[in-house]
Design a protein around this ligand. Structure first.
Ligand code: IPE
Ligand code: IPE
Ligand code: MG
Length: 239
């Protein structure tokens, strides 16, 4: 695949863990655990392709409404998986960032997340943004509130800089697995011009081959950003 046609930033709504487990008569949490394995495979595949930024949706603002056992299981899984995988991620030159609200998270978990960010801060191979306790509306309101409190005029540029994804560029490609066709409050501002790709594969089954299909679809898209063709530029209207 031509590198010019590779997305520089892939965002993924990792959906379908619960159904994957239910189909096998396993508890939903078993699906979430297998979801972590799938993430490891996809991280490795993205590294192999030289994709600079990968952003994944792991727990939404709305996921607090799930049964308490599932919520506490997901919080625990983040903690356990991070402790288990951190050294290997660091060795591979991955910079970890956690995007989302700290509200509702235990201070000890927040400290683990901040420590992982600090440890991997200078890594250059790939940025991995893990959106946990994240919602696109929260992100926009939080950014706007901070700008307003600082007396900074709210412009597209100041909002871009204040949103949690900054300084990463907007995603070029947004993948959602699990046969659902919605954003579910993920990166609402930042996906304004992302190419959308929906896969019926349940997240625990998503692998390098499934990623390649998404990359092929992306490579075939014409991104016009409001122009009439991919390359045309008009001077009639200011940018
Ligand atoms: C996605 O899988 C992971 C989280 C939302 C935490 P789901 O748990 O939503 O799986 P389905 O959609 O019920 O199959
Ligand atoms: C979106 O999946 C959130 C994550 C993948 C973390 P959901 O399963 O929570 O989304 P809905 O409820 O189907 O919209
Ligand atoms: Mg789901």
């Amino acid at each position: 695949m031509k590198s010019a046609k590779l997305p520089q930033h892939i965002a993924i709504v990792m959906d379908g863990n619960g159904r994957w487990a239910q189909k096998r008569h396993m508890p939903r949490l078993a699906g979430h655990k297998r979801g972590v394995d799938a993430l490891k495979v996809v991280i490795q595949a993205c590294l192999g392709h030289g994709i600079p930024v990968l952003t994944v949706f792991a727990f939404s603002s709305e996921n607090w409404s799930r049964p308490t056992g599932e919520v506490s299981g997901l919080l625990e899984l983040l903690n356990v998986a991070l402790r288990r995988e951190l050294a290997a991620l660091h060795d591979r030159g991955i910079r970890l960032r956690f995007l989302g609200s700290q509200h509702g998270l235990a201070p000890e978990l927040c400290a683990v997340l901040r420590d992982a960010e600090q440890l991997t801060h200078a890594n250059q191979a790939m940025v991995l943004n893990i959106c946990f306790n994240y919602g696109g509306r929260w992100d926009i309101v939080d950014a706007a509130a901070r700008l307003a409190a600082a007396g900074t005029p709210i412009t597209e540029m100041s909002m871009n800089a204040a949103l949690s994804l900054a300084p990463c560029p907007d995603p070029d490609l947004l993948i959602r697995t699990g046969d659902e066709y919605r954003l579910s409050n993920f990166l609402l501002w930042q996906c304004a011009y992302s190419e959308l790709y929906f896969s019926s594969v349940l997240w625990p089954d998503f692998d390098a081959a499934a990623l390649d299909l998404a990359l092929e679809a992306y490579a075939s898209r014409e991104r016009r950003f409001g122009r009439t063709t991919q390359s045309s530029a008009s001077s009639a209207v200011p940018a």
